[in-house]
Design a protein around this ligand. Structure first.
Ligand SMILES: Cc1ncc(C[n+]2csc(CCOP(=O)(O)OP(=O)(O)O)c2C)c(N)n1
Length: 595
């Protein structure tokens, strides 16, 4: 696994044509904007942010000061349509992803984004869009209705789905299967986009993250099972490795390998092209992510990057840091600060004069102050709307033309009626078959559901008709089955997944309850999660306490989720079809006794 491959600097990158002067200035501006925003959060806590001294900031304070080189460097090579998932410490990449997207927009796209008949020169439109972005961002931090997520997400759930930011996640590791699912969706849709999946070093101990690595590297995406579409998942797992979980050290305390990059070797024979990257050098990160993205766009993903960086503040501002690390250690990292060293390079390479740099810094400071002042004065969401967006009231009435033409590899499976009646099991199968034949966005996966037709043979024959792109077996990874469905849905598909037994839904309850059920609400209705989780329940077979529960009442307590439990074949067929067309996540409970 290669380490610290990048040996260049700004001068050599400019000379090689790998970055333009303007791109270098933009990269610096992104880092400055992140630092200014987060230093504002730090100051707000003690009433020391001059532009809004009296504002009572109550939100989280997981600032990433120190990590700007990683955030801005990685986002600087993303396309407008590339996707990103982020974390509780995600202000950096969240700010940078949208900045980069804005700069890549045409004037018409900028005007459409700004709305209200925005006009002006390109420079004016860009400046307007950057400030508007910052305003929506700070509004979200402050829980305001004008925030990206209408104040329902806050610091830890910032998202801008319009430019591929699929959300920051407050469940450590929780966004990783979503990113993996998004990559699977992009692969299915033959998009040439990549997913940049951010997670901390601490997250790489979490089960669902390791499941995601295994999932992303599955042989079936690239071997003969992939028929005419051998294409690895276009995902970059970027470990934002600041050496600490909340307060524990990851490398020499809670894991058994010195370098997290080695995780990749456990999941893919090609080590997922893993490398260690100097995250304190924005250009090194830019170089690594640009090579990783190129691999992904050629179907050679996934890629894992172990990016070394450091957070200068504590886990949050209530953490004084002195219980687990030294001042000397902090000073050593600050001595290689990504922002300072890039400023120096910008001057040395004569990209900016000292006066121009000062002007840029002042512009960033003033823009932040204006946006913060406006955000502090903006309206809170009305209290009566506190549960608005918990559910969407939309459903798929008509299938877009591009998805309405479904190719069949074989005639649809024959479903027999006895005396004109369907069995409960066949009713479910017929509903699924009809919806898959109606809408190419409906894909179906789960454990042993393809060739074998599932543990209860409900889906036997679907593989032959629809092909493995739409019907496939998965690893025994319930959390990832459900989590990927969220990401698949976020990029525009309508996944139906099967969990053999409802008991196993407890293994994926975070992905069902905190992710699928919450994202419509937490995103302020920016995204919908039209996913159906088919689960079977049954008892009386002597299978004991881990295969016999009917847990529908548990999931009925989860806001944002529908729970359906049909009692007759007619209900089973109609309700499954309605569930697939609904834009809310649905847990669809099937009785084995009725099959
Ligand atoms: C599943 C889960 N467990 C625990 C927490 C509490 N928690 C929040 S952040 C954090 C540390 C995460 O460490 P890492 O992934 O390295 O990210 P960093 O905070 O260093 O950026 C913990 C334990 C959580 N939010 N989610």
């Amino acid at each position: 696994i290669p380490a610290y491959q990048f040996k260049g600097n700004l001068q050599s990158e400019l000379a090689a044509g790998r970055i333009t002067k303007q791109e270098a200035i933009d990269l610096l501006e992104d880092m400055l904007m992140i630092r200014e925003l987060e230093e504002m959060i730090v100051k707000l806590r003690s009433g020391a942010y001059d532009p809004i001294r009296d504002f009572n900031y109550r939100g989280p304070t997981h600032v990433s000061v120190g990590q700007e080189g990683t955030a801005a460097g990685s986002c600087s090579v993303l396309k407008l349509t590339d996707k990103l998932t982020s974390t509780h410490r995600g202000h950096g990449e969240s700010l940078a992803k949208v900045n980069v997207a804005i700069r890549s927009m045409t004037d018409e796209q900028l005007k459409a984004r700004l709305g209200g008949g925005a006009t002006g020169s390109r420079a004016e439109l860009l400046e307007h869009a950057l400030e508007d972005h910052l305003y929506k961002f700070i509004c979200e931090l402050f829980g305001k209705d004008d925030g990206y997520c209408k104040g329902r997400g806050g610091s830890m759930h910032i998202a801008d789905f319009s430019v591929g930011h699929l959300g920051a996640n407050a469940i450590v590791g929780g966004g990783v299967p979503i990113a993996t699912g998004a990559a699977m969706g992009l692969r299915y849709l033959h998009k040439n986009d990549v997913v940049l999946c951010y997670a901390g070093d601490g997250a790489y101990a979490n089960g669902v993250v390791l499941e995601s690595l295994n999932w992303a590297a599955q042989a079936q995406f690239t071997n003969d099972l992939a028929d005419g579409h051998k294409f690895g998942l276009p995902i970059i797992f970027l470990i934002c490795n600041n050496a600490y979980g909340m307060t524990h050290r990851t490398d020499d305390e809670v894991m058994g390998v010195a370098h997290l990059a080695r995780r990749a070797a456990g999941f893919a024979d090609n080590n997922m092209h893993a490398e260690l990257v100097n995250g304190m050098d924005a250009l090194a990160v830019r170089d690594a992510v640009s090579r990783a993205a190129a691999l992904c766009r050629q179907g050679q993903g996934p890629v894992l990057l172990d990016v070394h960086t450091y957070r200068y503040w504590g886990h949050s501002l209530s953490d004084p840091r002195n219980e687990y690390r030294t001042k000397e250690e902090e000073a050593a990292w600050k001595a290689i600060d990504a922002v300072d060293s890039f400023k120096k390079q910008i001057i040395e390479a004569k990209v900016l004069t000292a006066a121009e740099l000062e002007a840029l810094e002042a512009r960033v400071r003033d823009r932040n102050a204006r946006a913060a002042k406006r955000a502090a004065a903006a309206a809170d969401p009305p209290a009566r709307d506190v549960i608005k967006y918990m559910y969407t009231d939309t459903k798929c009435e008509t299938v877009p033309a591009e998805f309405a033409k479904v190719e069949l590899l074989a005639p649809l499976p024959e479903i027999k009626r006895v005396n004109g009646e369907l069995s409960y099991k066949d009713a479910i199968k017929e509903a699924l078959v009809e919806e898959m034949a109606r809408d190419k966005r409906v894909i179906f996966y789960g454990e042993d559901v393809a060739d074998y037709g599932g543990a209860f043979k409900v889906t036997k024959g679907l593989l032959e008709s629809f092909g493995r792109d739409r019907v496939f077996n998965t690893p025994i990874s319930e959390a990832c089955i459900c989590g990927t469905a969220v990401g698949v849905a976020m990029v525009g598909l309508r996944p139906v997944i099967e969990l053999m037994y409802m008991d196993f839904a407890l293994m994926s309850s975070d992905q069902i309850s905190n992710q699928a059920a919450k994202w419509h609400y937490m995103s302020g209705a920016q995204t919908e999660v039209p996913a159906v989780f088919r689960v079977s329940v049954g008892a009386g077979k002597g299978y004991g306490g881990q295969h016999s529960q009917t847990l529908e009442s548990v999931f009925c307590h989860i806001p944002g989720l529908y729970v359906i439990y049909p009692a007759t074949p007619a209900d089973a067929k109609g309700l499954l079809k309605s569930s697939i067309r609904d834009n809310n996540p649905v847990m669809f409970v099937e009785s084995q006794g009725l099959y």
